[in-house]
Design a protein around this ligand. Sequence first.
Ligand SMILES: NC(=O)C1=CN([C@@H]2O[C@H](COP(=O)(O)OP(=O)(O)OC[C@H]3O[C@@H](n4cnc5c(N)ncnc54)[C@H](OP(=O)(O)O)[C@@H]3O)[C@@H](O)[C@H]2O)C=CC1
Ligand SMILES: Cc1cn([C@H]2C[C@H](O)[C@@H](COP(=O)(O)OP(=O)(O)O[C@H]3O[C@@H](C)C(=O)[C@@H](O)[C@H]3O)O2)c(=O)[nH]c1=O
Length: 284
Amino acid sequence: MKTVLVTGANGQLGQCIQKIQTQHTDIAFHFASINELDITDTKKVQEFFENQHFDYCVNCAAYTNVELAEDEEDKAFLVNAEAAKHLAEACKKHNTTLIHISTDYVFDGEKTSPYVETDATNPISVYGASKLKGETYIQEVFDAYFIIRTSWLYAEFGKNFYKTMVQKAKEKANLTITTEQTGTPTNANDLAALIVKIIQTNNTDYGIYHFSNDGEATWYDFTKEIIQNLHLAEADQPSLKPVDTYKTKAARPKNSVLDKTKVRNIIETISWQESLRNLMKNHQ
Ligand SMILES: NC(=O)C1=CN([C@@H]2O[C@H](COP(=O)(O)OP(=O)(O)OC[C@H]3O[C@@H](n4cnc5c(N)ncnc54)[C@H](OP(=O)(O)O)[C@@H]3O)[C@@H](O)[C@H]2O)C=CC1
Ligand SMILES: Cc1cn([C@H]2C[C@H](O)[C@@H](COP(=O)(O)OP(=O)(O)O[C@H]3O[C@@H](C)C(=O)[C@@H](O)[C@H]3O)O2)c(=O)[nH]c1=O
């Protein structure tokens, strides 16, 4: 029986992993929310690893508010960088493989084709910089890590762009959505499946991986597809307008499409439209 600690377990991704735990009776999960394990509490992290052996630690804990991070730099770096480093140190000491999640926002978006794992990073936001620092720390500490960079996560859980748009569309709001960024929406349930697959197959091809659904979209394209899948009557349709720029505090990469060639050695990938459709059949 493999033992797996999941930090930040009540977040969006953490809940997606919780949802599939019953399908994996060969894995003993310990789901720790921030209340049980605050990953910035170094002493608590050490105690946790001393009290029980974990074969894997899946770090779903993160500071994810891209806008607020511009004003809360210290907090973002504490959670996304310093705490990630301490987790890696605990993993190293206790022979635990770390599966850590990172982001497309480590790139500046100037590349005009999909980003591969070895491309130069150059974050343009505090959030992106804090996540990159977390990656760097982990790599400095040890080798037994999977750093999975993903993009534009959404699911039926937590707070995300998809859920905001579903709610606004149902309220018949006037939506103005940017076409300035191109990336790939990713169903967090698909990422949860990748994480479990790595664990189940005893994969030891450590390193950085890019994972997202297939294809590309602007936030406007994503919103349009969400609304189509709601199958609203003509009279209930919201107004949807593309705009060049939607004013925000944090800068976001113009292009953050990730190349999935490497990760396809582990799992198949599916188009973002298909995965969105699958989710919306069951959750609206
Ligand atoms: N969401 C997205 O679009 C994307 C996310 N990612 C990465 O994927 C990972 C999972 O993201 P997602 O599930 O969407 O994020 P969420 O914000 O939904 O979940 C993060 C969880 O971490 C918790 N948390 C925050 N600080 C701490 C702490 N100090 N100790 C323990 N837990 C803490 C949060 O608790 P609370 O809510 O109480 O603060 C929350 O439950 C993150 O690493 C994120 O950077 C990558 C690309 C896209
Ligand atoms: C709400 C809203 C946003 N936007 C724009 C703002 C922004 O450019 C874009 C995305 O909006 P959000 O701020 O919701 O998304 P954002 O927080 O930037 O999402 C990011 O989260 C972090 C955690 C990641 O790691 C990234 O991969 C990415 O998913 O859409 C509109 O154009 N219209 C709207 O009504």
